[in-house]
Design a protein around this ligand. Structure first.
Ligand code: GLY
Length: 356
């Protein structure tokens, strides 16, 4: 097992390893537990219901279908029926969408109660469950309603990943690779050395890159929890958005049929191309980006006709200020700088390199 500490205003631990979910019993002693989970992780929910003292079991829809105001209100009603008070705890058991919803339930119930996240996907472990971003979607867009509410603990039980389809493993690995490009290049060399092994959740290589990625996330959110606006090479939490400006537009364009990490893979190639033009990133690192994504079986191309629609969607990116697009770039692996208001022709040129 490994432990990563998140040393923000209210420090907490992220425990990573086989069987760590058993620690939930000790963390919740004496409290009622609202266990929020989709049916797909019943194999983990059932033993927890047996072991924990007083559980209010709340089953929610899978994936993004959980992040609606209707599902949220249903959770509040269940907490009210059960008489949950400030001494009680919400547990989010599932992928990133479930932990986002559970986090927002905890953030809003009685203006904030204790939250423990138990992510069951690589994406949830490496990103969503750590750092206190919580929320739901509305018709106008993803994650437009939410709050920062940090968990009291995060339990990343890697046994959960044995049930994960390979497509989900690959998608989560894109987020881990992102941490390699922005902060910890050692992740990149481990992935390059043996991409097939790193996708095996029982391998030492996987445990190492996951722990390193959680370490990156922990150090970033500890110093900039609420995502201040970055300038030049002073880049806080926004750095976690490397590749995401195009990726979010691709996800919307594909009506969320692409996994988040699949869109991130293409988005990081675009961001590397842009970084090469704006920040002098070496062509070797741009090629390396493509090779790493291809080696993991992630997409590396996107249809050229989609540009006008993708470009329009990027105007609504959360990093945009006024009409100025802002991208996270790198001048070398581990060296991040903001790219603000790049020329339209340059963006088109970068996008053109993605043609199949
Ligand atoms: N997923 C990006 C962040 O937590 O800031």
């Amino acid at each position: 097992m490994s432990v990563v500490e998140v040393n923000g205003p209210a420090p907490y631990e992220v425990r990573i390893g086989s069987g760590v979910v058993k620690g939930l019993e000790r963390l919740t002693t004496g409290s009622r537990v609202a266990l929020i989970h989709p049916a797909s992780v019943e194999f983990m929910a059932a033993p927890l219901r047996g072991r924990l003292d007083r559980v209010i079991d709340i089953e929610v829809p899978d994936a993004e279908a959980a992040k609606t105001s209707g599902v949220l209100a249903g959770c509040w009603d269940r907490l009210a029926e059960a008489g949950m008070t400030r001494g009680d705890v919400v547990v989010g058991l599932g992928g990133g969408a479930t932990t986002d919803l559970a986090g927002f339930v905890a953030a809003t119930w009685m203006r904030g109660i204790r939250l423990i996240q138990v992510p069951t996907t690589v994406l949830g472990m490496a990103d969503a469950a750590v750092g206190g971003k919580t929320g739901i979607n509305i018709t106008a867009g993803k994650n437009l309603v939410g709050a920062f509410h940090e968990p009291a603990a995060v339990l990343c039980d890697t046994d959960a990943l044995n049930h994960l389809p390979i497509r989900e493993m690959r998608s989560g690995m894109a987020e881990i690779v992102k941490c390699g490009f922005i902060n910890d290049p050692r992740i990149l060399s481990i992935v390059e050395a043996d991409p097939a092994t790193v996708l095996d959740p029982e391998s030492d290589a996987f445990a190492e890159v996951l722990t390193r990625a959680v370490g990156v996330k922990a150090s970033v959110v500890a110093t900039d929890l609420t995502e201040s606006t970055s300038r030049g090479d002073k880049v806080g939490r926004e750095r976690l958005n490397y590749g995401h400006t195009l990726a979010h537009a691709i996800e919307a364009h594909q009506h969320f049929t692409w996994r988040h990490g699949e869109a991130d893979a293409v988005g990081m190639i675009f961001a590397a191309e842009l970084s090469s033009r704006e920040l002098g990133l070496s062509r070797q690192t741009v090629d390396r980006t493509r090779e790493i994504m291809a080696g993991l079986g992630l997409p590396t191309t996107f249809e050229g006709t989609a540009w006008p629609q993708l470009r329009a969607t990027m105007n609504l990116d959360k990093k945009t200020r006024g009409t100025m697009l802002r991208f996270v770039g790198i001048s070398a692996p581990g060296k991040v700088s903001m790219i603000e208001g790049p020329a339209e022709e340059e963006l088109q040129e970068c996008f053109a390199t993605l043609r199949p």
